[in-house]
Design a protein around this ligand. Structure first.
Ligand SMILES: [Zn+2]
Length: 432
């Protein structure tokens, strides 16, 4: 017998509340039960319905008083930036040159990359993030180290070595040829191994030569199920720079489009300063964008318009963008997302926040058939949220009148302390 049952409140999103309405977007079982067999969810529902169907002797893990939700999905994060998170004072381009590239240069050393990958993945698990789309550095060994460590933890991680062959310091630069070869070697070694996937990862258009961009487009053609992951329209100086480098392109997005990097497998980080026609083009290509409020606020980049992305029907995920983002916590990221939407004149409801952090992220990464919700057949990546994690959270939770309020308070007051357990494919990988 391999099945295990978990008793707790159970909540998960089953659709986008902006499209189907809040009432049709989720399932909630106040006294719920989740059944996991061999790493796969076999049932999630009311305890009273499920418990009598369990085979004799099925172990029941009791998390009564807490809430089980799907593991969080971080759609954009840089693992080599852990040691320079919270670096003072600069906006994007100066921040990269002053703090980021010197730190990334250290990842030429495989031992350093391995040590950092261990810390990074454990920190994700501590914060309830079970899947992430991750940047390495230009060094092949950075991505290699991350994949090896993620494989050991059986995590669903998609990553890539960064392609960056110009306008960056020598010690974090590759060449068009080496970037091409290293990406292909990493795909051969890791893509589809266990739960791992590869993303072709151009740093951003200013750091990639035409030849490198052309080769990146060719890799995507050769491997139609790998993702494409890059930055887009984060900062106004960056956008001006791109316009200067590519005077014949219609806009920043058009640069990627011209090199075959705008497809339904593309995930664009930021998209803070986008024109309507760019969102339109993203929607036509069925590409995804991702929303990083802590990063955009920290670097003073600007305010992402979730409403505008929704208006054009663009798929959106949520993420931290550590180390420009200031927290690994997706709950804290929901908190800042709410404030950014408020400043844009919109009210981000908590169901939408949880959608972006789970199923929305899974949709953005083409893995909604595997993770992002607790539907039967999905991989059993889930968290236990502790309503009494801090004195303030415990006190405030007592006066919550309904699920709407409970979710909102969790997303405002919750952080890593609220994650009491993180399960990966049914195995406990973090216990607070
Ligand atoms: Zn980034």
């Amino acid at each position: 017998m391999t099945a295990t049952a978990y008793k707790a409140a159970i909540f998960h999103m089953t659709d986008d509340p902006s499209i189907v309405g809040v009432a049709n977007s989720h399932e909630y079982f106040k006294e719920g039960m989740l059944v996991v067999d061999n790493g796969i969810v076999t049932a999630a529902g009311h305890c009273v319905d499920i418990e009598p169907t369990l085979a004799n002797g099925t172990p029941i893990v009791d998390h009564t008083g807490s809430m089980i939700v799907p593991g969080f999905i971080d759609t954009h994060i840089h693992f080599p930036q852990v040691d320079m998170i919270a670096s003072f004072g600069e906006q994007l381009l100066d921040w990269l040159n002053t703090y980021t590239f010197p730190e990334e240069a250290k990842f030429a050393d495989p031992a350093h990359a391995a040590e950092c990958a261990d810390f990074f993945l454990d920190e994700l698990l501590r914060n309830g993030t079970t899947t992430a789309l991750v940047y390495g550095t230009a060094h092949k060994q950075s991505a290699d180290a991350l994949f090896a460590k993620a494989f050991k933890r059986d995590m669903r991680i998609v990553a890539g070595k960064a392609l960056m062959d110009r306008n960056v310091p020598e010690n974090v630069r590759d060449t068009a040829e080496s970037g091409d070869k290293d990406s292909r070697d990493l795909i051969a070694k890791w893509h589809g191994k266990g739960r791992l996937g590869y993303a072709v990862t151009p740093r951003f258009a200013p750091a990639c030569s035409d030849e490198q961009m052309t080769r990146a487009g060719q890799i995507l053609k050769d491997f139609p199920d790998v993702l494409m992951h890059t930055h887009l329209s984060e900062n106004v100086s960056e956008i001006d720079w791109v316009q200067g480098l590519y005077p014949n392109s219609k806009d920043y997005l058009d640069v990627y489009d011209q090199f075959g990097l705008l497809t339904d497998r593309s995930v664009f980080a930021h998209c803070v300063h986008m024109e309507g026609h760019e969102f339109q083009r993203l929607a036509e290509a069925n590409a995804a964008v991702a929303f990083y409020p802590t990063s955009n606020l920290f670097l003073g980049s600007g305010l992402f318009s979730l409403k505008e992305a929704e208006k054009y029907g663009v798929r959106v995920g949520l993420g931290t963008d550590v180390g420009a983002g200031t927290s690994f916590s997706i709950l804290q990221t929901m908190n800042e997302a709410y404030k950014v939407c408020h400043l844009k004149g919109d009210k981000l409801n908590p169901y939408k926040s949880f959608y972006l952090a789970t199923l929305g992220g899974a949709n953005a990464l083409h893995m909604a058939d595997k993770v992002g919700s607790l539907k039967a057949g999905n991989e059993a990546d889930f968290l236990v949220l502790d309503f009494a994690a801090t004195p303030l959270l415990k006190r405030r939770m007592k006066s919550c009148k309904n699920l709407d309020e409970t979710l909102f308070v969790l997303s405002m007051l919750g952080d890593d302390r609220a994650i009491s357990h993180t399960y990966i494919a049914g195995h406990l990988q973090h216990k607070r």
